[in-house]
Ligand binder design. Structure first.
Ligand SMILES: Cc1cc2nc3c(=O)[nH]c(=O)nc-3n(C[C@H](O)[C@H](O)[C@H](O)COP(=O)(O)OP(=O)(O)OC[C@H]3O[C@@H](n4cnc5c(N)ncnc54)[C@H](O)[C@@H]3O)c2cc1C
Length: 433
C-alpha cells in the first residue's frame, strides 16, 4: 500500500520553523507596509531573506538542476500553505508570483545565455519580472485572440500592442511578452514569447490599473497591475524565449505550476480567516449566547473546515500527480482545484468577515483585504468558467452516448434484460409459489 498522508519528520521540522518564522517576522510587516514604503520594505526583508537562504529554503519552486532549491510540488504545497498566510511571505522566501512562474519558463525554455542573464539574477532576488499576456481589447480567457504583434525586421523583432494587468510590470526589470509572430499558423502556434528589458525604448508603462485591491491611482508600486503600450519596441533575436510559435506551449507549462502555487497559497489565506472565524465565535456574545453556540455559525465552522480539508487534499493530490506524472498529466486536477479552491477561499473569508460584522468590513482586520484578494482568484490565471469548461470537456471525453439513445441505467430496460438472463431462476421462484 502506497497511500500515505504523513510528512517526513525532518521536513516537518522545516515546516514548523517556517510557520513560526512567518508569524513572528513577516506578519508584523503587514501592518507597517505603507509606512515603510518600497525601499524600507526591501531593507526590512533583506535579513529575513538571508535567514531563509541559510536554511536552504530559498526559491523552493525550482529543482536544483534548474537553479532552485526545490523539493517537488507536494512539499512545495505544504510550504506554500504557510507562506500564503501573508502576502509578503512568498517574497521573503524567493518564490512570489509572477517571478516564480517566470523563473520556471526561463528554466524550461531559456537558452544558456538567457538563463545567465535573466534566470539566475531573478532567482537570486536581484531582478524583478512581469508576465505580459492579457490585453484590454481581446478576451484574456482565449489567448488565441491576442492582437499584440511581433514582426521580424532583419534580425530584430519589432513589437506593437497594448497589454494590461501585467502584475509588477511597473517595477519590473524585464517583461515576458506574448505576441503574435505567425498570424496564419494554427491558432495554437501563432504566438511567441519575448524577453523585453523594461527600459527598452517604446515600452510605455501607462499606469497601474486601480483595482478592488487598490482602488486608488498609483504607479510604480510592487503588486500593481500595469497597463503597457508596446510602441515599435525593437529587440534582438536573443529576446525570443523558446521556439518561434511555441508561446502557447510555454504558457501552458508556466500556468500549470503557477495555478497550483496560487491554490496552495490560498489554503494559507483560508486557514488564517478560519482561525479568525473560530476566535470570534468564541468571543462575541449576542441574543443570549456566544456566536459559537448558534447553529448558523456552527455550520460556517463545520462547512469551512470540511471545504478547506477537501481543497487541501485536492491541491496536494494534484501536486503529487505533477511530481509523479508531470504537469500536463495533472491538467484535470489542476483545473478542478483552480476553481474549487478559489470558491473555498472566497466562502471561508466571506463567513469570517460576516461573523465579525462591521469590524470584519473595516480595515481594523485583514479580512476585507483578504476578501478583495479572494475575488480576484476567480479571474486570474483563467476565470472559473473556463476551468470548469476545460474540466468538463476532459471528463466528458471518457463518455459516449448510448447507441440506442436509451440511458444505460434505464430501469425498465435493465429489468427486461435481467428477466431474460435469470428467466430460469424467476421461473423456479414463481413455480415454488
Ligand atoms: C489580480 C489580477 C492579476 C493578473 N495578473 C496578470 C499577469 O500578471 N499577466 C497577465 O498577462 N494577465 C494577468 N491578469 C489577467 C487575467 O489573466 C485575465 O483577466 C483573465 O485571463 C481573464 O481575461 P479577461 O480579463 O480578458 O476576461 P474575458 O476573457 O473577457 O472574460 C470575461 C468573463 O467572460 C466569461 N467567460 C470567458 N470565457 C468563457 C467561457 N468559455 N465560458 C463561460 N464563460 C466565459 C467569464 O466569466 C470571464 O470572467 C491578471 C488579472 C487579475 C485580476
Amino acid at each position: 500500500m502506497a497511500w500515505d498522508f504523513s510528512t517526513e519528520p525532518e521536513f516537518q521540522e522545516r515546516l514548523d520553523w517556517m510557520r513560526e518564522f512567518v508569524r513572528a517576522e513577516v506578519w508584523p510587516l503587514e501592518t507597517i507596509f505603507e509606512e515603510l514604503g518600497e525601499d524600507g520594505f526591501r531593507r526590512a526583508i533583506a535579513p529575513l531573506q538571508e535567514q531563509v537562504r541559510e536554511r536552504g529554503l530559498w526559491a523552493a519552486h525550482l529543482p536544483p538542476d534548474l537553479g532552485g532549491r526545490g523539493f517537488g510540488q507536494v512539499k512545495l504545497g505544504l510550504m506554500h500553505e504557510i507562506l500564503g498566510s501573508s502576502p509578503f511571505a512568498p517574497v521573503v522566501f524567493g518564490n512570489a508570483a509572477p517571478d516564480s512562474g517566470n523563473s520556471e519558463i526561463l528554466a524550461l525554455a531559456g537558452t544558456d545565455d538567457q538563463k545567465q542573464q535573466w534566470l539566475h539574477p531573478l532567482l537570486a532576488g536581484d531582478l524583478k519580472s512581469a508576465f505580459s499576456m492579457t490585453e484590454p481589447d481581446s478576451a484574456g480567457s482565449d489567448p488565441t485572440l491576442l492582437e499584440t504583434r511581433a514582426v521580424q525586421d532583419g534580425e530584430d523583432w519589432v513589437i506593437n500592442g497594448r497589454k494590461w494587468f501585467s502584475s509588477n510590470a511597473s517595477v519590473a526589470d524585464f517583461l515576458i511578452v506574448m505576441a503574435v509572430t505567425d498570424p496564419d499558423a494554427h491558432r495554437y502556434q501563432r504566438a511567441s514569447m519575448f524577453i523585453v528589458p523594461a527600459d527598452t525604448p517604446g515600452v510605455q508603462i501607462v499606469r497601474d490599473v486601480p483595482t478592488m485591491e487598490h482602488p486608488y491611482d498609483r504607479k510604480g508600486v510592487y503588486g500593481g497591475h500595469a497597463e503597457i503600450v508596446y510602441d515599435e519596441v525593437r529587440v534582438g533575436p536573443d529576446a525570443l524565449l523558446g521556439a518561434r510559435g511555441a508561446g502557447f506551449l510555454i504558457a501552458q507549462q508556466r500556468l500549470g505550476p503557477g495555478r497550483i502555487h496560487h491554490c496552495m497559497r490560498w489554503l494559507g489565506v483560508s486557514r488564517r480567516a478560519f482561525d479568525m472565524l473560530c476566535e470570534r465565535a468564541k468571543t462575541r456574545y449576542s441574543h443570549g449566547s456566544l456566536l459559537a453556540d448558534k447553529q448558523t455559525v456552527q455550520n460556517w465552522v463545520a462547512d469551512s473546515a470540511a471545504e478547506m480539508h477537501a481543497a487541501r487534499l485536492m491541491t496536494l493530490h494534484a501536486a503529487w500527480k505533477m511530481d509523479t506524472e508531470g504537469a500536463s498529466a495533472a491538467r484535470l486536477e489542476i483545473g478542478m482545484i483552480k476553481f474549487y479552491g478559489a470558491k473555498v477561499l472566497h466562502d471561508v473569508v466571506d463567513r469570517a468577515l460576516q461573523a465579525h460584522g462591521a469590524l470584519g468590513y473595516s480595515t481594523d482586520l485583514p479580512l476585507e483585504q483578504m476578501y478583495r484578494f479572494a475575488r480576484a482568484a476567480r479571474i486570474y490565471d483563467g476565470p472559473d468558467e473556463v476551468h470548469r469548461q476545460s474540466v468538463a470537456r476532459q471528463i466528458l471525453r471518457g463518455y459516449e452516448a448510448p447507441e440506442d439513445g436509451v440511458p444505460s441505467e434505464h430501469v425498465p430496460t435493465r429489468r427486461e434484460a435481467a428477466r431474460a438472463r435469470f428467466a430460469d431462476l424467476l421461473e423456479a421462484v414463481t413455480s415454488n409459489d
